[in-house]
Design a protein around this ligand. Structure first.
Ligand SMILES: [Zn+2]
Length: 207
C-alpha cells in the first residue's frame, strides 16, 4: 500500500488484535481495530477476519466517511462508521479498539436498564488518560445494540460531543469501544475497562 504510515498502523492493529484474541476479548471474527493515518484516513480491520490470525493483509485504508480507499474493492468492518465518528469528535484519538469480552458483554446486559454504569472507588481508574485520583467517577454509557450502524453512530456522536472526557462506551449485549492517543493508550484503556468490569461483576455477585 502506498499510504505513508500504513505499515506502522497495520503492525499496531495486528499486535492489538492478536493479543486481545489471546485473552478471549476478540474471539472468532468479533471486534475491530483502527488507527488514524494523517487527517483524512485510517487503517482498519477488514470485515469478517479472524482476530487471532490477523495479518497486515487483513487491514485496509478507508477515508473518514468509511469509504474504502485501498484496496478499493475490500470491505471494511461493518462498524467502521463508529470509528469514523469517534475520530471526528475526538481529535486526540489516534487508535480505536472494539472488543467483545465476556465481562463487557455480560455487564452491559445487567446494567442496560440503567443505561449507564458508574465506575467509582477503584485505584485502577487512574489508568485512564487525565485521571489522577481514585476519587474519579467514570461514567460509561450503554447504547442499545443495533444493526443500523449509521443510526448508532449518530447516537454515539451526539453523546461524545456532550461528554468530551469520555474514555469508552458499551453497546448492550455486544461489547466495548475505547480509544487512545495511540495504540498503547488504547490498549491500557481496554485493559483498565476489562479489569473494572470484572470487578463490577464480582461486586454484584454475578460471576
Ligand atoms: Zn462488535
Amino acid at each position: 500500500m502506498g499510504y505513508p504510515g500504513f505499515e506502522a498502523a497495520a503492525a499496531e492493529i495486528v499486535a492489538l488484535s492478536r493479543s486481545f484474541h489471546a485473552r478471549g476479548w476478540a474471539l472468532a471474527t468479533s471486534g475491530n481495530f483502527s488507527s488514524r493515518i494523517g487527517e483524512g484516513a485510517m487503517a482498519i480491520t477488514m470485515s469478517g477476519r479472524h482476530k487471532g490470525d490477523l495479518t497486515a493483509a487483513d487491514v485496509m485504508i478507508v477515508d473518514m466517511t468509511g469509504r474504502a480507499l485501498d484496496p478499493p474493492s475490500a470491505r471494511p468492518s461493518a462498524e467502521t462508521l463508529l470509528h469514523c465518528r469517534l475520530y471526528r469528535r475526538d481529535p486526540r484519538a489516534r487508535t480505536v479498539v472494539h472488543i467483545h469480552s465476556p465481562h463487557a458483554t455480560v455487564l452491559s446486559r445487567l446494567a442496560a436498564v440503567d443505561r449507564e454504569i458508574l465506575l467509582e472507588g477503584y485505584e485502577m481508574l487512574k489508568a485512564f488518560a487525565g485521571v489522577a485520583t481514585h476519587e474519579h467517577v467514570e461514567r460509561v454509557p450503554i447504547f442499545a445494540n443495533s444493526q443500523d450502524i449509521a443510526q448508532l453512530a449518530r447516537e454515539v456522536e451526539a453523546y461524545v460531543e456532550e461528554h468530551p472526557s469520555l474514555h469508552g462506551y458499551l453497546i448492550a449485549g455486544h461489547g466495548l469501544y475505547t480509544w487512545g492517543e495511540g495504540a498503547s493508550e488504547a490498549r491500557r484503556h481496554a485493559e483498565a475497562f476489562e479489569f473494572l468490569f470484572e470487578c463490577e461483576l464480582l461486586r454484584r455477585g454475578a460471576r
